[in-house]
Design a protein around this ligand. Structure first.
Ligand code: 0O2
Length: 212
């Protein structure tokens, strides 16, 4: 799999999965909007892991190149960002009721926060994708987190990249405090969730009247 052409071929189904999942998850958000209900989904993004990162992670985890497809769970990755912690569990519930993929693993880093301070809910799925060579079942990771968790994780990810995984201890300590602050923000927002949703519903009504 050294040659670029082989990697391009290998990644085709993963690209397809990311695109299909984005359409499906954004479709759920649109449905909530049309039915004038609070959407637990604020935004959806997705990416296929770059080849250099795939090789780095495989090396770090001692995975042989020929086993990458079966062992690396996040070559296809989709992220769902929501407003409230409750929304995360609503989304998990909705995804568990679907029949278009199988959930093979769940990682609740909200109830069990990582040592770094990372919080998020991960679903590892096996997704059937149609290719010109027939159906393939590929692994994909759906990360579900609040806006506050996402803000923290994005910044921590950049710092990890900058310091090649060796973040200086003073910055690490600051990140831990920031993670606690993000947790407090989620807690406080949860307490005024109904107020916020009512305000957003009124705003939504006004906006749709303007377009009548
Ligand atoms: P990228 O660049 O986002 O693709 P691990 O052994 O911990 O590296 P594993 O076993 O695949 O990873 O599972 P895990 O822990 O569920 O992590 C998968 C992904 O979750 C990571 O992919 C990150 O996207 C995210 N993640 C996990 N832990 C952290 C963390 O401490 N900080 C941040 N910012 N993100 C985290 P990659 O491949 O590390 O990165």
């Amino acid at each position: 799999m050294e040659q670029n052409a082989n990697w391009s071929t290998f990644l085709v189904p993963y690209t397809q999965v990311v695109e299909e999942l984005k359409v499906k998850l954004r479709g759920m958000r649109t449905q909530y909007e049309i039915e004038a209900m609070h959407s637990p989904i604020e935004l959806v993004t997705g990416r296929v892991k770059p080849v250099a990162s795939i090789l780095d992670k495989a090396k770090r985890k001692g995975i042989k190149v020929e086993e990458i497809g079966e062992e690396l769970q996040d070559i296809a990755g989709v992220r769902v960002v929501c407003q409230f912690v409750d929304d995360i569990y609503s989304i998990v519930h909705l995804l568990k009721a679907r029949h278009d993929f199988n959930i093979i693993e769940e990682k609740d880093y909200i109830k069990n926060k990582k040592e770094s301070g990372y919080r998020s809910y991960h679903l590892i799925i096996r997704y059937p994708v149609a290719t010109i060579h027939g159906e393939r079942h590929v692994l994909a990771e759906i990360q579900i987190r609040t806006l506050a968790m996402n803000f923290w994780a994005t910044n921590e990810h950049s710092l990890n990249y900058k310091y090649s995984g060796q973040i200086p201890s003073d910055i690490k300590a600051r990140l831990k405090r920031a993670s606690e602050a993000a947790f407090q923000l989620d807690e406080e927002m949860a307490k005024i969730k109904d107020e916020v949703q009512e305000a957003q519903w009124i705003f939504h009504q006004l906006k749709s009247k303007k377009h009548e």
